[in-house]
Design a protein around this ligand. Structure first.
Ligand code: URA
Length: 209
C-alpha cells in the first residue's frame, strides 16, 4: 500500500503559512512554492542509494559516498506543477523533466490528457510526479497512469497540500505510489477546492484569475 509522508518540518510549516495567506502576492508566492519544492526534494530523496568512492583530501586518501547514479525524472502536471519544478531541480539538477497537461471533461468530469512529453529512457528512472494540490485525485491518478503507460516502474507523487479524499483516491488507484505532502488538510468543499487550502494554485502562481 502507498506510504503517505507528511513533511511537517518547521521550515516547511513556516513557509506554508505564508503560501496559504491570501495577502501573499504572486512574486512572493512563487518564491515560497519554489523553496518548499526544494525542501521537499531534500526529504523525498532521503532513500537514494549511495556507493563508496575513493577521494584524496588535502590531508589523506579516504572513502566517501556518492549517489550511485540512479537516474531520476520529474513530471510537473501543467500548469501549477511548474511552480515546484525549479526548486526540485536545484537539488537534483540532472533529473530529466517530462510534462503532462490534463483538462477536465465538463460532461464526464474525467481528466483527459492534452499534452505529454517524457524522457525517452523513462523506464530506467525513478519518476516524481508533481502537482501542488491533491484535491479530488483525478489529475494525479491520470498523470501517474500516463507515466506508467510509457514504461515507468517506480513513481512517487509530491504535492504541497492534499485533501483526505484525494489521498484515498490516489492510494486506491496506485497502491505502489508513495505520496509526499507538505500539509494534509481537512476536506474538499462543494467546488472541489481544498479547505483551508490556498485557493487556486495556478492562479496564485501566475497572477491569473
Ligand atoms: N486546485 C487548486 O489549485 N486548488 C484547490 O484547492 C484544489 C485544486
Amino acid at each position: 500500500m502507498s506510504k503517505v509522508h507528511v513533511m511537517d518540518h518547521p521550515l516547511i510549516q513556516h513557509k506554508m503559512s505564508y503560501i496559504r495567506d491570501e495577502k501573499t502576492g504572486t512574486k512572493e508566492f512563487r518564491e515560497l512554492v519554489d523553496e518548499v519544492g526544494m525542501l521537499m526534494a531534500y526529504e523525498v530523496t532521503r532513500d537514494l542509494s549511495l556507493e563508496d568512492v575513493e577521494v584524496d583530501t588535502p590531508v589523506t586518501r579516504t572513502t566517501a559516498k556518492r549517489l550511485s547514479g540512479k537516474k531520476l525524472g520529474i513530471v510537473p502536471i501543467l500548469r501549477a506543477g511548474l511552480g515546484m519544478q525549479e526548486g526540485i531541480l536545484k537539488l537534483i539538477p540532472s533529473a530529466r523533466v517530462g510534462h503532462i497537461g490534463l483538462y477536465r471533461d465538463p460532461e464526464t468530469l474525467e481528466a483527459i490528457e492534452y499534452y505529454a512529453k517524457f524522457p525517452g529512457d523513462i523506464e530506467e528512472r525513478d519518476m516524481f510526479v508533481i502537482d501542488p494540490m491533491l484535491a479530488t485525485g483525478a489529475s494525479a491518478v491520470e498523470a501517474i497512469t500516463a507515466v506508467k503507460k510509457r514504461g515507468a516502474t517506480k513513481v512517487r507523487f509530491i504535492c504541497l497540500i492534499a485533501a483526505p479524499e484525494g489521498v484515498e483516491v490516489l492510494k486506491e488507484a496506485h497502491p505502489d505510489v508513495d505520496i509526499y505532502i507538505a500539509a494534509l488538510d481537512e476536506k474538499l468543499n462543494e467546488k472541489s477546492y481544498i479547505v483551508p487550502g490556498l485557493g487556486d494554485a495556478g492562479d496564485r502562481l501566475f497572477g491569473t484569475k
